[in-house]
Design a binder for this molecule. Structure first.
Ligand code: ITT
Length: 201
């Protein structure tokens, strides 16, 4: 059976196809009329459920959604759920927008010393089966914000994020290395365990 991936972010699609390896997921591109769901909730879990519910309702198929973001200690956990639109640049999840977002975080931390540059990524992974169960689980990755971007892998804020316990940014890790420790890897591996039973219910 098919599960619809309720995201328009290409970086997420690439990672989720990898992480949900054994599961048949189709992207939103296959559903041209699918609604663009406003993320009106204040939590990652709330927004992930909102997106999965809307796409499940539109397609009549089980849907998974990701709501994720970067929480920076020195910015009182912002940009958080606003991560995709932090710089005020809207539109598609393009590299330009990602770049503007991370440059803004670097500017905002310009005077913050290394010992206060802690941050973590959060990913809420939601599964909604039409007329069936809903699940939402969360994964995190802890680290800190460096002074200047490094690396070309991943997407979003990866070039400025140094995961704890290593010397490379998450944009300098291989795909497999990032998946093993990332917020998204953790959340969607946990969600994947719930899928067989949720589809059978
Ligand atoms: P959809 O709603 O269509 O899924 P989106 O990009 O708008 O796409 P979010 O509201 O969940 O999704 O925003 C997530 C943002 O958080 C994303 O655009 C990045 O800026 C950042 N982010 C999330 N996971 C990340 C990761 O693994 N590495 C780097 N940045 C990440």
């Amino acid at each position: 059976s098919t599960i619809v991936l309720a995201t328009r972010n290409n970086g997420k699609i690439i990672e989720l196809r990898r992480i949900l390896d054994a599961i048949e997921v189709v992207g939103l591109d296959a559903y041209p009329g699918a609604p663009d769901v406003p993320e009106t909730e204040l939590t990652f879990e709330g927004n992930a459920l909102l997106k999965a519910r809307a796409i499940a309702a539109h397609t009549g198929l089980p849907a998974v959604a990701d709501d994720s973001g970067l929480c920076v200690d020195a910015l009182n956990a912002m940009p958080g759920v606003l991560s995709a639109r932090w710089s005020g640049r809207f539109g598609d999840a393009s590299g330009d927008k990602d770049r503007a977002n991370l440059e803004l975080v670097l500017d905002q931390l310009a005077d913050v010393p290394a010992e206060h540059r802690g941050a973590h990524f959060v990913c809420a992974a939601a599964l909604v089966v039409p007329g069936g169960p809903e699940h939402v689980v969360e994964g995190r990755m802890y680290g800190r914000i460096i002074e200047a971007p490094r690396g070309s892998g991943g997407f979003g804020y990866d070039p400025i994020f140094l995961p704890d316990g290593g010397t490379r940014t998450s944009a300098e890790l291989t795909a497999e290395e990032k998946d093993a420790i990332s917020h998204r890897g953790r959340a969607f591996r946990a969600l994947a365990e719930l899928i067989p039973q949720a589809l059978a219910a």
